[in-house]
Design a protein around this ligand. Structure first.
Ligand code: NAP
Ligand code: ZN
Ligand code: ZN
Length: 351
């Protein structure tokens, strides 16, 4: 298969800083769209993967799955996009398309394993997929999204993972008017969870460990903010919530949040810390509570969420960085020091 060589930024080993490298992409075939990447958001999953915290990272690893850019080339059979269109790619670039889940439009739960944007097996080149910390990406049009024109493309990039990862469980567990929703951990995912849950009509309660985010969370749309390190504040919220979205990236006591659920309430994990999270049986049993998980969202859900954000003028709060600042950005991410998503201006890779 013919390939093109593009500049990228990635990690050669778990302890290594990310640095500039060259990678290969396939030349567009039939239904492929080649995108000139303008912006790529920095998800905590990028850091977990680059540092092999979830194991299974194939090196070199080029992270990045919050991609917005412009279509530079299309294959002979592309119907949805033309050269010059604004286009976006999220966490997946393909799936088996044949299993029960794919047929139902749940590619994120593909039973044969979908192809993630990075660190998956590339069906075409038979090596690992490479993500958005790069100049260009080539993706089958079925996995390419449209970004509403009224949204700032840089601030829209985080919708492709942080947006849909919070949107999908908020919809699945039927939050909205007359529901009380807790959002735990106000980073990239959490701050989108607050904005989306509020726009969907829920009463939103934020739980943060950061004093500096207490006032800010109200600006994001929270009806109430709880400093989760304060036991009295936590106690005052026992048995008050229908649903909790846990967006925390590190070890924390899930039992403390299960106590906040009403009977039949659900706590869904989207945050994916490196180590197991112990659950006390009596955190669940007495009030028939549900401890659940959710991963990203389908392509249809991603487009639905993007269109919703276009209609309600919702984007992420971002700090634009150069690709050369990525290693420092990872250190700041570990300290919770970002309001609320780093987005890489990919023009910096060309300089
Ligand atoms: P992030 O921006 O780093 O936010 C994580 C937040 O967790 C922090 O802002 C902080 O919020 C809280 N936190 C961090 N360390 C903590 C600690 N030791 N104790 C308690 N709270 C702590 O990360 P993100 O990009 O939003 O991602 C969050 C998690 O979701 C990551 O594990 C990521 O891999 C995962 N993820 C999962 C999916 C999925 O499909 N399920 C998709 C994307 C990401 P406060 O300052 O408010 O306390
Ligand atoms: Zn992500
Ligand atoms: Zn499938």
């Amino acid at each position: 298969m013919r390939t093109i060589v593009v500049k990228a930024f990635g990690a050669e080993a778990p302890e290594a800083d990310l640095k500039q490298m060259s990678i290969e992409r396939r030349e567009t075939v039939e239904k492929d769209v080649e995108i000139d990447i303008f912006y790529c958001g920095v998800c905590h999953s990028d850091l977990h993967t680059a540092r092999n915290e979830w194991k299974g990272t194939i090196y070199p690893n080029v992270p990045g799955h919050e991609i917005v850019g412009r279509v530079a080339r299309v294959g002979s059979n592309v119907a949805k996009f033309k050269v010059g269109d604004l286009a976006a790619v999220g966490c997946m670039v393909d799936s088996c398309r044949e299993c029960e889940q794919c047929k139902q439009g749940n590619e994120q739960y593909c039973e044969n394993g979908n192809t993630l944007t990075y660190n998956s097996r590339d069906k075409y080149l038979n090596k690992q997929t490479f993500g958005g910390y790069s100049e260009r990406i080539v993706v089958n049009e079925d996995f390419v999204l449209r970004v509403p024109d009224n949204l700032d493309p840089a601030a829209a990039a985080p919708l492709l993972c942080a947006g849909v990862t919070t949107w999908s469980p908020l919809k699945h567990w039927k939050t909205g008017p007359n529901t009380k929703v807790g959002v735990v951990g106000i980073g990239g995912l959490g701050h989108m969870g607050v904005k989306l849950a509020k726009a969907m009509g829920a009463h939103v309660v934020v739980f943060t460990t950061s004093q500096s985010k207490v006032d800010d969370a109200k600006r994001l749309g929270a009806d109430k903010v709880v400093l989760s390190t304060d036991k009295e504040q936590m106690k005052a919220n026992y048995a008050s919530l229908h649903f909790i979205l846990d967006c925390v990236s590190a070890q924390h006591d899930v039992n403390a949040y299960l106590r906040l659920l009403k009977v039949d309430g659900t706590l869904a994990l989207v945050g994916a810390p490196e180590h197991p999270l112990p659950i006390a049986p009596f955190s669940l049993i007495p009030a028939r509570k549900n401890f659940a998980g959710s991963t990203i969202g389908s392509i249809a859900e991603t487009q639905e969420m993007l269109d919703f954000c276009g209609k309600h003028n919702i984007t992420a709060d971002i700090e634009l960085i150069k690709i050369q600042d990525i290693n420092n950005a990872y250190e700041r991410l570990l300290k919770g020091d970002v309001k609320y998503r780093f987005v890489i201006d990919m023009a910096s890779l060309k300089s």
